[in-house]
Design a protein around this ligand. Structure first.
Ligand code: IPM
Ligand code: MG
Length: 356
């Protein structure tokens, strides 16, 4: 278990970006730099095709046997009208729930060489270094009851949080904040929602144990605006599952391309690492997707699951160097002479070999 990695390439661009990350992983294993091994499994649309189930038992078993999982993306056009439990996305949600991956970390950073890719002015974004801490296994995503009413002309979902669920994610965020700037922005909708009133109360309770950390409570609508208006005011953003989903897509755009950003989803003992972008079926199979979010996700795996910050730093540095040398994938480039997915993977591997 300790050194086992499960690869779940998934759908759309997932397999292509997985191939590029595995180039680095194979090098690490081949040179015995870290003692890890990997196996593969199905999730999402590909699992529906192969096993008639977006999260087959076999995948759950493999996931339980692994210390960490590298996941590409899930989502297909052909299964998008399936009932909820047969949609590719439900495979991802089942993975999160079954492994109790309650901590979702989404770092939002901007590399100096990419400042011009953002739609915002350079002076607005140049100093951003934000980490979104999103609760991942509760909220309206999982709350019961849910469903369509009998006549299917109305439908309902339940937004629900318990004190324990809020306190454990808040504790993680406060611990993290102490290693950073000691400012937490907790995002909710406490002017309207009871779940958010509970959220605020629990965040304040945990906050009492961290007198040096400053807590700012912010409503989600205001936070969405502030992220565009003045993003450098943020350091750790702590929020629930639904608001975190929305804010992280928004925040990713500060950086110019969602194709750059990795994420980690952690339980007490395991981690799933995946790009924050989706399966992008429109560009799949064309060798044009940006593999960097996936490669940086592999980097996060070495940092969080294997406590090898040195490997993680080497991966980050390799990515930085390749981009600063002017190699840009289609999403980042304004010319027709862009770097393909596989070239980008090769270039990053070559840099990695030099500095690992
Ligand atoms: C994400 C995705 C997922 C989510 C989908 C694919 C279920 O948007 O990881 O942000 O909503 O959590
Ligand atoms: Mg999302």
């Amino acid at each position: 278990m300790k050194n086992k990695i499960l690869l779940l390439p998934g759908d759309g661009v997932g397999p292509e970006i997985t191939t590029e990350a595995v180039k680095i992983l194979d090098y690490i294993i081949g040179k015995s730099i870290v003692d890890v091994s990997y196996t593969e499994g199905d999730i999402g649309g590909v699992a529906i095709d192969n096993h008639n189930n977006p999260f087959p038992d076999e995948t759950l078993q493999k996931a339980r046997d692994s210390s960490s999982i590298l996941l590409g993306a899930v989502g297909t056009i052909k299964h998008s009208n399936n009932p909820n439990n047969m949609k590719p996305e439900s495979g991802l949600l089942a993975l999160r729930k079954n492994l109790d991956l309650y901590i979702n970390l989404r770092p939002i950073f901007i590399l100096p060489s990419l400042i011009s890719c953002s739609s915002l002015k350079p002076e607005v974004i140049k100093d951003i270094d934000i980490i979104i801490v999103r609760e991942l296994v509760s909220d309206i995503y999982f709350g019961e009851p849910r469903g369509f009413d009998n006549d299917s002309r109305s439908a309902f979902n339940t937004m629900r949080y318990s004190e324990d669920e809020v306190e454990r994610i808040a504790s993680y965020a406060f611990d993290l904040s102490e290693t950073r700037k000691s400012i937490i922005t907790s995002v909710d909708k406490a002017n309207v929602l009871e779940t958010s009133q509970l959220w605020r109360k629990c965040v304040d309770k945990i906050g009492k144990k961290f007198p040096d950390v400053k807590i700012d409570h912010m409503y989600i609508d205001n936070a969405a605006m502030q992220l565009i208006n003045n993003p450098s005011q943020f350091d750790v953003i702590l929020t629930g599952n639904l608001f975190g989903d929305i804010l992280s897509d928004e925040a990713s755009m500060l950086t110019g391309s969602i194709g750059m950003l990795p994420s980690a989803s952690l339980s007490k003992s395991q981690g799933v690492y995946e790009p924050i972008h989706g399966s992008a079926p429109d560009i799949a199979g064309k060798n044009i997707v940006n593999p960097i979010a996936m490669i940086l996700s592999l980097g996060m795996m070495f940092r969080y699951s294997f406590k090898r910050d040195d490997i993680s730093d080497s991966i980050d540095n390799a990515v930085n160097t390749v981009l600063s040398n002017g190699y840009l994938t289609k999403d980042l480039s304004d010319s027709n002479d862009f770097t393909s997915t596989s070239q980008m993977g090769d270039l990053i591997l070559e840099e990695f070999k030099k500095n690992v």
